[in-house]
Design a protein around this ligand. Structure first.
Ligand SMILES: Nc1nc2c(ncn2[C@@H]2O[C@H](COP(=O)(O)OP(=O)(O)O)[C@@H](O)[C@H]2O)c(=O)[nH]1
Ligand SMILES: [Mg+2]
Length: 463
């Protein structure tokens, strides 16, 4: 991969009205850029003192006009985030000032950084492992405290270390195998197939169990979609307000009040959850209601979990059964809220339990909130059933990492199978090499430029 010859600049902090904005510059021309935009910064000496903050005017080098007053800090490579010379400029926030300071830096010879380019350079310069670089991205996009804690652990190198340990065991197995290929039995201690088998099986199991944490990691990182559905007037919007703890959705006793899908976010068991209120599902002929029903049905298709709301004070009817039938076909978990439990009940829990097979039934009252905490617990159990046993354990959040780990596990399994069937050694070596190379995609040892570009393109600009 080619070394970075140009000097990049980007706004690293968020957009909008704020007190201070951070602009980053990295690359071999940092000092030249510094002298053009902040003439006299170092008082005539060729370099400012590294890691010392200077308050200086930034000038547009084209016209010599002052564009802002900044706090400038110089980091001499390799003691910097990217491993290159780096400048960090704290300028005033807002929309205009950062843009003008950035323009001055571009006039001084910088190029606008690509998304994730600072972290990519940090990786290429050995400052950051690939798993840690990906953790930086997860940290920024984390939607809940649990997701943020997981990303922080990853940033400390948890996944990178586990992957490196796995790679180390596979490499040892490979060295052993290759040595047995190259020398005859008298010259090297003969390979113990039983030990090799244990190593390969262990490596396969470890890689697979890390890959399996992705389901939970995805929920952690991307959040879950929880849809509240049911026929009109059962109390879906009221229940949504109860779950959120605020009057978000309009509630009336007129059936068909909710016309469109309405969404709001909250946290469930540490996971970011988007809650969707939907129009009542009914075979009504009203054209607007039918559009609402179509939208509700399409929302069911992408749901991670559904709460089917049934009015326990009225007999079940065709619309309840139609909803239930639709949900029966859904692949996501369903819980039944037997609502209006404050009124005399005509629907028993057993009747409600027959609506959707295996769906737990929770009596609720959306007017006084009773049963709503229980409903939350039930849904939480349904959506976090795959939570790893160790709450501090490594959880991967990238599909790319899952695929690499699963590939490694498969290769180690094939190798183990080959050892069991006494297949020729060179064929076993090929499988072990595949397993090792897949792990290298996690640590960054064997990544291609394509993989790197795909990973870092998902970052925000300035990171
Ligand atoms: N008694 C009682 N009324 C409820 C309950 N939940 C909702 N309602 C009432 O049922 C009507 C319809 O509620 P709404 O939330 O708009 O139902 P949706 O059409 O399913 O969204 C409103 O008059 C609510 O006040 C409940 O648990 N008990
Ligand atoms: Mg409603």
């Amino acid at each position: 991969m080619s070394p970075c010859r140009d000097t990049i600049a980007a706004v690293a902090s968020g957009a909008g009205q704020c007190a201070v904005c951070l602009i980053r510059v990295s690359g071999p021309d940092c000092l030249a850029v510094l002298h053009k935009v902040f003439p006299g910064l170092a008082g005539g000496t060729p370099q400012p003192e590294p890691r010392r903050a200077y308050v200086r005017n930034a000038l547009d080098p084209d016209v010599g006009e002052r564009v802002d007053q900044c706090v400038v800090t110089f980091f001499r490579g390799p003691q910097s985030y990217t491993g290159e010379d780096v400048l960090e400029l704290g300028c005033h926030g807002g929309t205009v000032t950062p843009r003008r300071v950035l323009a001055a830096l571009l006039s001084a010879g910088c190029r606008l950084a690509d998304p994730g380019e600072f972290s990519k350079r940090a990786f290429l310069n050995g400052k950051l492992g690939l798993a840690e670089a990906e953790a930086v991205s997860s940290l920024i996009t984390a939607g809940s405290e649990l997701a943020q804690r997981n990303a922080l652990r990853q940033l400390e190198g948890r996944l990178g270390n586990e992957a490196a340990a796995l790679a180390c065991r596979l490499r040892q197995a490979l060295v052993h195998l290759e040595a047995s290929l190259d020398f005859d039995d008298e010259e090297v201690p003969s390979l113990q197939p039983a030990d090799l088998l244990v190593t390969l099986e262990d490596c396969a199991a470890s890689a697979q169990s890390l890959a399996d944490t992705w389901e939970f990691g995805r929920a952690l990182q991307e959040g879950l979609q929880l849809v509240v559905a049911g026929k009109p007037n059962t109390g879906k919007s009221s229940l949504l307000n109860c779950l959120l703890g605020e009057e978000r959705a309009i509630v009336t006793d007129i059936p068909g009040t909710t016309r469109d899908v309405l969404e709001s976010t909250f946290c469930l068991g540490g996971l970011p959850v988007t809650l969707f209120d939907t129009a009542g599902i009914t075979k009504s002929k009203d054209p607007i209601e039918r559009i609402g029903v179509a939208r509700a049905l399409s929302k069911l298709g992408s749901a991670d979990a559904v709460v089917l709301v049934v009015d326990g004070s009225r007999p079940l009817d065709g619309d309840d059964r139609w909803c239930a039938e639709l949900l029966q076909r859904a692949t996501c978990p369903v819980a039944v809220a037997l609502n209006k439990s404050d009124l005399p009940q005509v629907v028993g829990r057993d009747d409600a339990g027959t609506l959707v097979a295996a769906a737990p039934v929770v009596p609720t009252c959306a007017l006084n909130g009773s049963g709503v905490d229980r409903l939350k617990e039930v849904v939480e159990e349904q959506v976090t059933g795959n939570r790893p046993a160790d709450p501090e354990g490594t959880v991967i959040v990238s599909l790319r990492q899952r695929e690499a780990l699963a590939r490694s596990a498969r290769a180690s399994c094939r190798a183990a199978e080959a050892v069991r069937s006494a297949v020729p050694l060179d064929m076993i070596c090929a499988d072990v090499r595949d397993g090792l190379s897949a792990i290298g995609e996690i640590t960054g040892e064997t990544v291609t430029e394509d993989i790197l570009s795909a990973v870092f393109a998902q970052f925000c600009i300035g990171k």
